[in-house]
Design a protein around this ligand. Structure first.
Ligand SMILES: [Zn+2]
Length: 222
């Protein structure tokens, strides 16, 4: 439950009142309406953008949690701007012109396991998003694909690919900065991270240092 309704959590992209998931009604995996879902069809009562619904995990983690998330987001912003310690340099120094999105993967004890910066242009790899790179590096470092207990912090709302990868990696918590109304899969266009039909659903905190995160992207596209 949302513990602080007055928190900094933003309205959905585009503004307006948050659209409550499930039409504001509770839902669960045993909901008979979900059995009618077929590929290509919208989930019943889940059409439209899902706002930062208090009951859906986009909640205020409380004072200490929020401060930690903001601290971690500042590190992700640093990675977005300067490039990861364990990867190639960011745009600016070289000819590479990648959209500055940064991600950091933290272990259960808060240890920084890996970082990633969008390298799609640099590597010509359509899957080289910041989140995927951080997941790969962390898994390589730990020697396992399961990253349960870990928290992925990224400056931009994950896309469908990254949301899928985060679920497959069993990441426990996802924290993101700016909302991405065009491609976001953590509440904007889709909510792939918290789909109740999946057997693993990370906790999601959106809009953390949203304005700072958006400013980095705006500066790039200016
Ligand atoms: Zn992505």
């Amino acid at each position: 439950m949302r513990s602080d309704p007055g928190g900094p959590w933003p309205v959905p992209p585009g503004g307006g009142d948050p659209i409550l998931p499930h039409g504001g009604e509770p839902a669960d995996a045993t909901d008979p309406a979900l059995e009618t879902v077929r590929p290509g069809q919208p989930t019943p009562r889940r059409t439209g953008r899902v706002g930062p619904g208090a009951d859906e995990g986009l909640a205020d983690p409380g004072g200490g949690g929020r401060r930690r998330h903001e601290l971690w987001m500042r590190r992700a912003l640093e990675v977005a701007v300067t490039g990861p310690d364990d990867g190639p340099p960011a745009a600016g120094d070289g000819a590479v012109d990648d959209v500055p999105v940064g991600a950091v993967l933290y272990g259960p004890d808060g240890t920084e396991l890996a970082t990633g910066r969008n390298e799609r242009e640099l590597t010509g790899d359509p899957t080289a998003h910041a989140e995927v790179l951080a997941l790969r590096r962390a898994a390589g470092r730990l020697g396992r694909w399961r990253l349960d207990g870990c928290t992925l912090v990224v400056t931009l709302e994950p896309c469908t690919m990254c949301a899928g990868a985060l679920v497959l990696a069993r990441v426990s918590t996802v924290v993101f900065g700016a909302w991405e109304p065009k491609t976001g899969a953590a509440g904007s266009l889709w909510d792939a991270l918290r789909d109740r039909r999946l057997n693993h659903r990370p906790e999601v905190y959106g809009g953390v240092l949203e304005s700072e995160s958006a400013a980095v992207l705006r500066a790039f596209f200016r």
